[in-house]
Ligand binder design. Structure first.
Ligand code: TYC
Length: 102
């Protein structure tokens, strides 16, 4: 008999899709790298618009550091390394770091 006492409650078996942990790329201020160069790197490596790049650069300049964008670990580390190396090739101390998102 399928009355209330014998019918099983429907249990949902929705599978959770695992999301990879995300990492922030952080732009660190310094006193030597030209502002225009920072903007160029942000546009080239992180595909920011001119306005976005300028805003991120100015925020790092004023506050010491600024989050550029968030990626999976490998992408964040690759981009941070490439951007830092591009600056090093020009003799600038510009630094990008990564850290896990809370
Ligand atoms: N502070 C630099 C200057 O005055 C510009 C700069 C901005 C450098 C942001 C690094 O992450 C940075 N030329």
């Amino acid at each position: 008999m399928a009355d209330e006492s014998t019918t099983k409650p429907r249990t949902e078996t929705r599978k959770k899709t695992a999301r990879p942990p995300l990492f922030k790329v952080i732009l660190v201020n310094d006193d030597f790298t030209p502002r225009e160069f920072v903007v160029r790197i942000l546009k080239g490596e992180f595909r920011l618009s001119e306005d976005q790049a300028h805003h991120v650069m100015l925020t790092a300049h004023m506050r010491g550091a600024c989050v550029v964008a968030v990626f999976t670990k490998e992408v964040a580390e690759t981009k941070a390394t490439r951007a830092t190396e591009a600056a090093r090739n020009k003799g600038y101390p510009l630094l990008f770091t990564t850290e896990p998102e809370e």
